[in-house]
Design a protein around this ligand. Structure first.
Ligand code: HPA
Length: 272
């Protein structure tokens, strides 16, 4: 079956679940999972029930869509996402974004846990993406162009939407929760970087590093969606502290900072 037919089949499966337009979709990265519990009267749809939807293999990345209201908004939240390093190709990783576009969702918030490279980005800090590095990210747009979504050569000069960033900064003021600007660098994983990798990234201008977000943001822009990217810094990147890196450390810090991340993002969603 063609990719576009798979997208249509998944969208057709989901459409009857929605009685009203969806204001935005959000991908809940590590630390933001508990936001799903704030959604009122959610309709919960396991990924495995949705035709062609990829299902996560990683601990801490449960796979369900949550559809419901948060604040005054109707939202669709992805609790759990798949990554390239799990063995999926980029078309599979970004499949949900195409389906969201087919469902006429215009706004996307992509969130992640990441390592901090810039000196002031410490474990527990929150950041918004001003841009990203996609140099080492296999292109999710490779292959025949899906003309009905966007052009062959897609402009990437403003991936992260200025208006949405403004709302995030206002939410930061209202809640008193600081967020800092950052350029996020994609790393394929599924290993942490070497200190030399991080040194190179720093010289090139990266502030944070992680293994997600960029593929989804690229495809969302190809679909002409407005994108906001938010990060929770869970550790200093490789070589920048005495500690070795571990998934457990990432998860522990994600859990610790989860409450403030949820508070900030809830305020952002209310005002988008
Ligand atoms: N590197 C890559 N991905 C990550 C990191 C990191 O240091 N921390 C959390 N996700």
């Amino acid at each position: 079956m063609q990719y576009i037919d798979q997208i249509n089949e998944a969208a057709d499966f989901l459409r009857p679940s929605f009685s009203q337009p969806i204001d935005l979709a959000i991908i809940l990265g590590s630390g933001l999972g508990p936001l799903a519990d704030q959604i009122k009267a959610p309709k919960i749809i396991p990924y495995k029930d949705i035709p062609h939807f990829p299902t996560s293999t990683i601990a801490g990345h449960a796979g369900c869509l949550y559809l419901g209201t948060l604040g005054n908004k109707t939202i669709l939240a992805m609790k759990g996402r798949v990554h390239y390093y799990e063995g999926y190709d980029m078309k599979e990783v970004t499949f949900p974004i195409r389906v969201f576009s087919k469902l006429n969702i215009q706004k996307l918030i992509v969130t992640n846990a990441c390592g901090g490279i810039r000196d002031d980005l410490k474990p527990g800090d929150l950041a918004y993406l001003t841009d990203h590095f996609s140099l080492f990210c296999p292109s999710p747009l490779r292959g025949p162009n899906l003309d009905e979504f966007g052009p062959r050569f897609c402009d990437m000069s403003e991936v992260y939407d200025h208006e949405m960033i403004k709302v995030a900064l206002d939410a930061s003021k209202t809640t008193g929760i600081t967020i800092k600007p950052s350029v996020y660098a994609y790393f394929k994983g599924p290993r942490f970087e070497t200190p030399a990798d991080i040194h190179a990234y720093r010289v090139m201008g990266a502030d944070t590093v992680g293994m997600s977000t960029v593929p989804e943001a690229i495809v969302a822009r190809h679909c002409d969606m407005n994108v906001l990217g938010l990060s929770l810094i869970t550790n200093k990147a490789a070589g920048l502290s005495d500690q070795k890196l571990s998934h457990q450390e990432v998860q522990e810090m994600a859990d610790l900072a989860s409450k403030k991340f949820v508070t900030l993002v809830t305020e952002i969603i209310k005002n988008l």
